[in-house]
Ligand binder design. Structure first.
Ligand code: UDP
Length: 373
């Protein structure tokens, strides 16, 4: 008889969802994480009354009603709507690409005029079947927007030429012929009131959690504790990189506490030119309307500049780089994973997938249902 039914490696959204479901089904669960805190990359830390998204800004958005209801059982969500602003060499544009953007870029006033402008730029570029991100972007929004709002940002973000990137990345962004600055096409959107850490604490309520525990360093010891393992770490690390490294993009954050109440007037400003070294600046208080829990205006503000870099061992892995090499390499690792017994691989790092939060929760719920019935 082992001590636990499940050992969950990683207290991020996949691990915490699975752990919660297993506990609900009466299973004995142990969650471990190598960090000193729970919540994976959605971890938020309170600084001067402001919940700072320590591992990058996270805005919860979903069309999946089941997932929305699921997260709402743990915490209340505010009505935050993501409307980032693009700063191209001091020119400001609305995102995602919509009538405000088109009006500022071209002076067009009606949707028909905007459509014609995009069509004519697409025609000029001679693209019929977009083969990469550059061609996909030009076909969606035309050459000018590609040049000013996409090319520089994307090349900084991914460290690769837009011609060498898959087109699906840009399809994440809506293009609208309406005056709507809502970045996400989602029925439900918001930020947990009090921060994501509070939400994950709720998910893990009543479950044993051990922090600063490195599973791979003491694998045999941990495996002896539980009948089954749910592993949410990097799949290549699990197999000791035996087939080679999967590539990631990493992000470095430069946080600053400023003695002013309002730095940029918006949660996210993207710097879309190639020369500015950061990709965007996040001003965390605007995720929560700049007020503390008592409703007082906050006199200070915390901003984070984001710098994107190629991942190297020791860095935090953020975005999987889904190009041909990595996709094939992941498939090889997946074959090894399928042969492992009593272990489930799930989440962004273990499935090497550019997951949004709602998708990772949906995937953990499906996994739990399959596993626990
Ligand atoms: N993107 C862009 N300009 C912007 C914002 C996004 O070109 O101002 C492109 C870029 O290629 C990026 C992709 O759209 O990688 C997806 O952006 P998203 O905001 O979804 O990225 P995330 O929030 O996941 O970092």
């Amino acid at each position: 008889m082992k001590q636990y039914d499940y050992l969950v490696v990683g207290a991020g959204l996949f691990g915490s969802t699975f752990a919660h479901e297993a506990k609900q089904k009466g299973k004995k669960v142990l969650v471990i994480d190598k960090r000193a805190q729970i919540a994976g990359n959605v971890y938020t830390k309170k600084v001067e009354g402001i919940n700072v998204h320590q591992y990058g800004a996270h805005i919860f958005h979903t069309n999946n009603k089941k997932v929305w209801e699921y997260v709402n059982q743990f915490i209340e969500f505010n009505r935050f709507t993501n409307s980032p602003v693009a700063n191209y060499k001091g020119e400001l544009y609305s995102l995602p690409f919509n009538m405000y953007t088109f009006n500022k870029m071209w002076g067009v006033v009606t949707p028909q005029e905007a459509k014609e402008k995009i069509e004519s730029q697409k025609k000029e570029a001679g693209i019929t079947e977009p083969k990469n991100l550059e061609e996909q972007a030009i076909s969606l929004v035309g050459y000018d927007i590609y040049e000013k709002l996409i090319k520089g940002y994307t090349e900084k973000q991914w460290g690769r030429d837009c011609k060498d990137l898959p087109s699906f990345i840009i399809k994440r962004l809506p293009v609208r012929l309406t005056f709507d600055n809502n970045y996400f096409n989602a029925l439900y959107q918001g930020i947990p009131v009090g921060g994501y850490t509070k939400m994950v604490e709720k998910m893990l309520e009543g479950i044993e959690v051990r922090l600063e525990e490195d599973y791979l360093a003491k694998k045999d010891e941990y495996d002896a504790l539980a009948d089954k393992v749910v592993y949410t770490g990097a799949i290549d690390a699990y197999f000791d990189y035996q087939l080679g490294n999967l590539e990631y993009r990493s992000v470095r954050f430069e946080n600053e506490l400023l003695d002013i109440p309002n730095f940029q007037g918006n949660a996210a400003v993207n710097y879309t030119d190639r020369e500015t070294p950061w990709t965007r600046i996040i001003e965390h208080k605007w995720f929560e309307f700049g007020k503390d829990e008592e409703g007082n205006d906050l006199p200070k503000t915390v901003i984070s500049r984001e710098y994107s870099s190629e991942w190297k061992p020791g860095d935090e892995p953020y975005y999987p780089v889904n190009d041909a090499r990595n996709t094939n390499l992941y498939q090889e690792y997946k074959k090894l994973a399928d042969k492992e017994e009593n272990i489930i691989f799930g989440g962004r790092l273990a499935e090497y997938k550019y997951y949004d939060m709602d998708a990772v929760i949906a995937s953990a719920l499906a996994c739990a249902e399959k596993e626990l019935g």
